[in-house]
Design a protein around this ligand. Structure first.
Ligand SMILES: [Mg+2]
Length: 282
């Protein structure tokens, strides 16, 4: 990607390749439907100074178009091509492995079904019957015993088992947590004694796709997240700069007790100083 820096704005950094900044969404850019302080300003400043911005979420329930609308309405103008979800990454996995044209039984919501369908995968859901080559599991707020049974039977009959993301819970308003896709995946895993191929963070697959799409190098890329076991671990595994913000699920005191491989390079209370941190990094 080429970068054009507006007149009167200092390039970021002053010399060398412009950075890529990958933002997690929930707990970093917004909480629920509320944009977090400094998020819109930080993104605008980074863009103005020539940085490339991308968003990476483990949430598989919505389409990229739906996220771009949500961000744009929050005052952060975003194109669907700047968003990577675990659902889209799963669809890319199918394409890359020439699995388009095959049939998948899907436990998941609109985002996952839509991305797989657009990638040429034939999707079966609910009580739809027929042979399947794969079972794909993500967050499904209409999960039932019958879906679990259908997925289990297919996997035991030899279908591959692919999971969008391992998050057991996710945070919602008022400090509550609700079951995440990982809880449903755990049920399928328990019923089959088979481990899935995991696509979302902390696995590297989605991050690798972003680096490929943008042409950015890992040493000039910043992963900005609120979770150490997904965002920061994924960034560290890929050799990126890692920035933990404390506007989501992690408290400052959690950092000290985290395993070494999950510790961020930089901890910020919020996104106010992020452009400065990114643009002055060595
Ligand atoms: Mg998050």
């Amino acid at each position: 990607m080429r970068h054009v820096v507006g007149r009167g704005h200092e390039a970021c950094p002053a010399a060398g390749q412009p950075p890529l900044v990958i933002f997690d969404l929930d707990g970093v850019i917004y909480r629920g439907d509320t944009v977090l302080p400094y998020a819109a300003d930080a993104v605008a400043t980074l863009r103005r100074r020539g940085a490339t911005v991308f968003y990476l979420t483990n949430n598989s329930t919505r389409t990229r178009e739906s996220y771009s609308r949500k961000l744009t309405e929050m005052g952060i103008p975003t194109h669907p091509n700047e968003i990577m979800t675990s659902a889209y990454a799963t669809a890319l996995y199918f394409l890359e492995n020439h699995l388009d044209g095959t049939t998948a039984y899907v436990i998941g919501e609109e985002g996952l079904v839509d991305e797989l369908t657009r990638a040429g995968v034939r999707v079966l859901r609910g009580d739809e019957n027929g042979p399947v080559e794969s079972v794909v599991v993500g967050l499904d707020r209409e999960f039932t015993y019958r879906k679990l049974l259908r997925a289990q039977q297919a996997i035991l009959a030899g279908a591959r088992f692919i999971a969008t993301n391992g998050d057991l819970t996710f945070p919602v308003e008022e400090g509550k947590v609700i079951p995440g896709g990982g809880s449903l995946i755990a049920a399928v895993q328990a019923a089959t004694s088979k481990a899935p191929l995991m696509i979302g963070k902390p696995e590297s697959y989605a991050v690798e796709r972003i680096l490929q799409i943008t042409g950015a190098s890992p040493e000039r890329t910043f992963m900005v997240g609120d979770r150490m076991d997904t965002d920061i671990l994924a960034g560290r595994r890929m050799g990126l700069h890692t920035v933990l913000v404390l506007t989501g699920v992690t408290r400052a005191e959690d950092v000290e007790s985290a395993p070494e491989e999950m510790r961020p390079e930089i901890v910020l209370p919020d996104l106010a100083r992020l452009p400065e941190v990114v643009c002055t990094a060595p």
